[in-house]
Design a protein around this ligand. Structure first.
Ligand code: NDP
Ligand code: PHD
Length: 363
């Protein structure tokens, strides 16, 4: 049966991507759209300033945008949030208290010990904490509780994609550095980055981004408490991560230059690293999820790839491209990673998480 989906922050950069992905989805249909009081009460087509290169889907045009109240979303099986983080905290809390399942792009709850922080092509097994909450409540005869699952920061999603198979195969990564070149869609549309700031320019600062990359990576690649109810991130001693973040004049697609050193000596060979990335099949693909990438990591051999305009849409934006894999004279290896920030880094990740929940019969 098709599941009813709601979108909070439906008019924003991430929200618009949700509309595109849901309008073509076989398992979900849009039931409710929410945004600020500036947009509430208007038809979606009138409320939104559409900035996607695909046309606004006909099916979404006439949906009335509502205030972000749990009552307006009561009939939804799942609610995706692309809310401005200044407002997401309070609104999402009310939704969870009302018993709704929320998959959020906002940063507010990512560090809570019992909230999964998921990149669906990397750590979908982290939904087990929610699964436990649901089965515990059922065993006690309580009504199904609401819950929240957070999607990671968009740059973190690209970073952890190659790390996961490398750690699985070759053991822990002792240290890594990454320098990002992030697209302007990552800064959102309200108000968005002024042209005068980004044209002919690079801005070497994105507020909070470096700390998020350094911290979230350790939770995503980390483990669980003994009873499986909480997350235990890796410590700095277990994995040292250093990030430098830059905004560049690219519309979509975050590029990251990564250097890393394995803990185990001797490290794998260059060919073993490449083969490990090529061979990686994410669990979402094994579960047969509709949007799961056919090839999770595309290893590119051309000397000048990946490039955002040419490579961001591989596997419809759900696949990650890794190129220029080579030995590093300081650490062990270096490489360039490209991921679509509003698809696998945001809305697409939300959709794929929902598909995983559906496959596990949690919604
Ligand atoms: N862009 C990206 O690549 C990524 C973004 N994120 C996160 O996703 C979230 C959304 O980001 P993004 O789409 O870029 O942001 P935008 O600024 O483009 O959109 C923000 C959305 O929030 C709504 N909103 C603003 N104020 C309120 C309010 N008081 N009450 C209810 N709704 C409100 C806006 O509605 P209105 O139009 O009515 O003002 C709009 O729909 C953020 O938390 C961001 O950090 C995460 C990963 C990647
Ligand atoms: N900060 C990211 C997008 C974003 O909003 O991330 P987060 O959800 O972690 O705040 C960027 O600028 O590209």
């Amino acid at each position: 049966m098709v599941k009813k989906a709601g979108v909070l922050g439906a008019t924003g950069s991430v929200g618009q991507r949700f509309i595109l992905l849901l309008s073509e989805h076989p398992d979900f249909e849009i039931q409710a759209l929410g945004a600020s009081s500036r947009s509430a009460g208007r038809r979606y087509e009138d409320a939104v300033t559409w900035k996607q290169t695909s046309l606004l889907p006909e099916s979404a045009k006439n949906i009335l945008v509502s205030e972000c109240s749990a009552a307006a979303f009561a009939g939804c099986d799942i609610v995706f949030s692309g809310l401005d983080a200044d407002y997401a905290g309070e609104i999402e809390k009310q939704f969870v208290e009302a018993g709704l399942a929320v998959v959020s792009n906002a940063k507010n709850y990512r560090r809570n010990v019992d909230v999964p922080l998921i990149v669906p092509i990397v750590n979908p097994e982290h939904v087990s904490v929610v699964e436990k909450k649901l089965t515990d409540a059922q065993a006690k005869g309580e009504k199904k509780p609401g819950y929240i699952i957070c999607i990671s920061n968009c740059s973190t999603a690209g970073l952890v994609a190659p790390l996961k198979p490398l750690v699985e195969k070759f053991g822990p990564i002792d240290m890594l550095t990454t320098t990002t070149l992030q697209a302007i869609s990552g800064a959102g549309f309200s108000p968005g980055i002024p042209g005068i700031d980004i044209l002919d320019n690079i801005v070497p600062y994105i507020s909070g981004e470096e700390d998020k990359m350094e911290w979230e990576t350790k939770k995503i690649l980390g483990g669980f408490s003994a009873d499986g109810s909480e997350f235990v991130p890796l410590t700095h001693e277990q994995m040292k991560v250093s990030a430098q973040c830059n905004r560049v004049a690219v519309s979509d697609g975050h590029t990251e230059c990564i250097s890393l050193k394995f803990a185990n000596r001797p490290p794998p060979s260059l060919e073993q690293v490449k083969q490990c990335l090529r061979d990686y099949v994410c669990d979402a693909a094994k579960l047969g999820c509709h949007s799961a990438p056919k090839q999770t990591i595309h290893v590119l051999e051309q000397a000048d790839r990946p490039q955002p305009r040419l490579d961001r849409d591989r596997d419809a934006g759900y696949g990650v491209s890794v190129g220029r894999i080579r030995e590093d004279p300081v650490l062990d290896f270096k490489m360039v990673v490209l991921s679509h920030n509003t698809i696998i880094g945001a809305a697409g990740a939300g959709i794929l998480i929902a598909e995983i929940l559906l496959a596990k019969k949690l919604i």
